[in-house]
Every structure is written in structure tokens, then in C-alpha cells.
Design a protein around this ligand. Sequence first.
Ligand code: NAP
Length: 489
Amino acid sequence: MANTTTKDFSLLDLEEVKLFVNGSWVTASTDTFFTLKNPSTKEVIANVPRGGRDEAKNAIEAANAAFPQWSKLTANDRADYLLRLRDLMLENEEELATLMSMEMGKAFGESIGEVKYAANFLSWYAEEGRRVYGETIPASSPNKRLFVIKQPVGVVAAITPWNFPLAMMTRKLGPALAAGCTGVVKPASQSPLSALAFAKLVEKAGIPNGVVNIVAGKTQEISDEIFENPVVKKVSFTGSTDVGKTLVEKSAKQLKKLSLELGGHAPFIVFEDADLDKAAEGALASKFRNAGQTCICANRIYVHENVKEEFATRFIEKVRHLKVGDSLDPSVQIGPLVNEDGLNKVVEHVKDAQLKGAVVLEGGHIKEDGDGYFFEPTVIDNVSKDMFIMSEETFGPVAPLFTFSSDEEVIIEANDTEYGLAAYLYTSNLERAVRVSESLNFGVIGLNDAVPGVPQAPFGGMNQSGYGREGGHQGIKDYLEEKFISLSL
Ligand code: NAP
């Protein structure tokens, strides 16, 4: 195997990667594998068993068998397991981050940040699980007593994307396990290694067999088993809107509970009264995090006409200094795009914008740096609504700038999207901050804040960005049934 694997890993043997089902490490029944390549170098990292229907079925059965015991533990006992798992993640953060950077190209420093973020979902929900309170309701006759109790829904399935392989997994598993559910994770095919290394920690934490299972491989087969097997009571999906829509159809047959964290097209608005340095720093963080491959990335940067030139100068100065390169180099800030398709989409968006009149102020080209899928951090101006970049997720390091002249105009423009995940505004005017925040049709608002995601707050979208909320006390609700008990004395 290639020389990226000369790194020593204590959690995974990259020469012999296996799936995690019922506390055992297994290969696929078909004895087939898929090959993972490092997007920074195109070197082969590992061959991963191509799990399919059999493995998914076994995993679901294992989760079902583990459910009675796990769900009957006290919330305190489950919290102990989750906190142990959190500690193990932090103790192994370098290895988890290295695997993540190798498999999907996130810059190493950001990967470390993601491990910490992911671990925090476990501790937050360890505590939140202790606060799953029921209700008593005043009855309408003296001989009745009315109660509501909350119980885990049962076996759940989590389907996760490659761009936040660990955080999107623990944002689902944290509340699921805390609520008393057991489950199956299907990680993205681009990023199964960090999920499987996490499974090693599940084992080390002593979490009983079958409570957590991880099956990668044949996407369609695994997904069909998840949606057709009546044992699975809830599916939590994070990924693209197109796939999300197909899952809504699939969930209808059994009316399976489904939550959807989908794509976004975030406006980033800089008003004339904004602190321009803070706004430029925020735009940099929002746009270029994970090389522009996040669902809440700034996709459209609107700047008031009176400060446009000044903002552009300060922003470009910062963009110019971003270091692009191999994601394992700790000094790199921008890694590669995840794969060739990802790179081609960015190239296509920039070319389309130029053909329709956009002007490149900075970057604009593939960055020839070894064999990886690198694109220069790019800023473009003169952008118009008919460009792909205006309606589709570019998922790359390209920042389009727009000019606006009034609050009314920019609110209409910002809301002019089928998505509704995140929006940002920078202003020092309190009245404007409140009014505009209330007018934006998005589930998450970054008000002078470019990085709004935290475990203790609800995260999720409106419109075609999906439904359901993850994080916060809201995030555990989907994993609980509310049962009404009417007692006649
Ligand atoms: P994706 O192609 O939709 O894949 C997401 C997951 O779904 C992967 O595990 C994928 O497996 C699986 N999948 C693909 N096709 C499927 C099908 N027909 N049936 C069942 N599962 C299927 O998305 P992605 O490219 O990994 O992730 C990027 C997208 O996720 C972007 O749109 C981004 O905005 C969104 N996202 C949203 C949030 C949020 O919180 N709202 C967070 C992160 C990312 P394979 O990898 O095997 O294809």
C-alpha cells in the first residue's frame, strides 16, 4: 500500500480494515472491497470491505437484540458510557484527525477541531439524557390521573456525509444513545475510516455489543435494508437535498420517522455599519472552512455599496495568505477538494461565472500542487443571478461578491433560494440586527458570527434544507416517543 500508510495507527490496521457489527470486526459476505484514496496525493490508503444487505441486516438485528438491555439502563449509566467515549475520542484526537484528513482532505488543524466538536456532542447528550422529563397533566375528573412518559424509539439508523465524518455521526449517536436507542451508522464511502476508528473506541469504552454498529459499502443495498426493515424506527440523514428527497419517498412505505439535514446556500451580508475587519475575518472563516465544503458555507457575499471596495480589499488580502496544500501538513489551511468530481464542479462554476461576465479578483485556477485535487482560494466579482454559483452549492473555495444598496433589497436577494439552512449578517446597528435576523428564512443565523454551530443549540434547515433539529435539547426529541398514560383510580 502507498506511503501515506507509513503513519502508525493504533486504532485501525489499514492493511486489514473491517466493519463493526455486533461488537465484532467483520468483512463483507461477498468478500469484496472498495479502495480509498487520499485526495491530497491520490495514493491508496486502504481497501474497505464492501458491506451490503447482509451486513446491514446483521447490524440491525444486533442493534435490536441490544436494545432491551441498553434502554433499561439508567440515564446515569448511559451517561457514564458516553463520557468515557468522549474522553477516549479526545485522548485519540491526533489519530482520528489524521485518518479524517487522509480520507477526505480536511486540513489537519480543522480535523483536530472537528474531533473536539464531535466529542462535545457526546458529553452534551450524556447530560441531556438525564433531563428527559415526563409530564403530569391536570385531569378532568377527580378519579383520573394523566401522565406523559418518554421512551426511546428503538433501533435507529444514521446516514452521514463525508464532509464532517465524525461530528455528523456523534450529533446523531449522542442523543440516540443517551435516549436509550441502539443503532447502525452508514458512513459516507469517502470517509469510513474515522467512523471505524471511532467504533474501536466504542469497543474500548465497554459499550455493550450491538449498541453501535458501523457498516460501509454498497450504499443502495444498505439504505434499502434500513428503510425496508421494520425493526428500524427512525432514520437520521445528513447529506444532499437530492438524496434526502429520495429517502422521504422510501420512508413513506413504513412511515418511518426521518430527519433530514440537507444542503444550503448561505447569504453572508455585510452592512455599511459593520466592523469591516471582523466581517472580512468572518467571511474568510465561513467561506473557506473545509476548503468551502460545508453545508453552512457562505455561498453569496452581499456587501453594501458604500463599503464594497474597502471590504473587498481587506478580504482579498486575507484570502491571498491562505496556505493550500497536503491536508496532513499542520501549517496548511486549505486542503484539496474531496475528489475529482468535487474539483470539476468548482472549475465548472468558475468557468460558467466568467462566461456570464464575472471577474476573477483572486485565484480562479486549479492549483498544481503534487497530484491532489487543489483549487486556489478564489474571489469573484460582477456576479449575476443566472450563474450556477448563485443557486447550486459550489462546495469549493470560491467567494462570489455582490453589491447592494438597501436593507429591503438585500433581504429579498438573500431569501431568494430554495434552501434555508444558514445566513450571516454583520452590522453594529442593534435595531437592524434584530429586524434582519427575523426577516431571513434560514434555520441558523450567524449575527456577527461566522461559526454558529455548537452542541448546545439547535441546528437545522427550513425549506429544501430539510427538517428536524440536531443539537440542543431539541436534538434528543426525535429519538423519543411520548406516551400518554391515563389512569382511572
Ligand atoms: P450525499 O451524496 O447525499 O451522501 C450523504 C450520505 O448518503 C452518504 O453516506 C452517502 O453514501 C449516502 N447516500 C448517497 N446516495 C444515497 C441513496 N440513494 N440512498 C441512501 N443513501 C445515500 O452527500 P455528501 O456529498 O456526502 O455530503 C455533502 C452534502 O451534505 C451537501 O449537500 C451538504 O450541504 C450536506 N450537508 C448538510 C449538513 C447539515 O447539517 N444540514 C451537514 C453536512 C453536510 P455514499 O457516500 O456511499 O454515496
